[in-house]
Write a protein that binds this ligand. Structure first.
Ligand code: DQA
Length: 159
């Protein structure tokens, strides 16, 4: 047989990580973070991923080391990482180091506009290595991040 065998497209997987206290969305300061629960956001991300042809692995942890381990495991396995690091974004060099060693496109998401809030929220370690940062758009920020990720991880010819 001549020519190349048909290339079977492998679904690209995006790891969507959520940091501490985001499991309390829905009841946690809805005037700041909105009324969607994390489960609502997970469902919306799964649907968006399906529409974009991406696999979505959506996780939350209150434990910094668990997030670090998940990021390490994404290296060489996943196509990109969307992360709402929550408060760890403002404090965690360990998350910054893990995201750096993952060598993947990273989109940082915050539900609230961190720049309109207390000064200690204005900067994050992760934004130093993030491909892009989305904040202030509530749950929609996750969906926009997945759209941007689809463009980042899909070769131009295939689009
Ligand atoms: C947050 C903003 C952080 O400053 C805060 O600590 C959070 C949530 C957001 O999504 O707006 O826990 O990441």
């Amino acid at each position: 047989m001549r020519g190349n065998p048909p290339v079977l497209a492998k679904t690209k997987n995006i790891l969507v990580l959520n940091g501490p206290n985001l499991n309390m969305l829905g009841v946690r300061q809805p005037e700041v973070y909105g009324s969607d629960t994390l489960q609502d956001i997970a469902k919306a991300c799964a649907a968006k991923g399906k529409a974009l042809g991406l696999g979505v692995d959506f996780r939350q942890s209150n434990i910094e080391g668990e997030l670090v381990t998940w990021i390490q495991q994404a290296r060489g396995r996943d196509a990109g990482i969307v992360i709402n690091p929550a408060a760890y974004g403002h404090t965690s060099i360990a998350l910054l180091d893990a995201l750096t060693l993952a060598e993947l496109p990273v989109i940082e998401v915050h539900l609230s506009n961190i720049h309109r809030r207390e000064p200690f929220r204005h900067s994050t370690y992760i934004s130093q290595i993030a491909t892009g940062v989305i904040c202030g758009l509530g749950a929609q920020g996750y969906l926009l991040a997945l759209e941007a990720m689809a463009n980042l991880v899909t070769p131009k010819k295939a689009r």
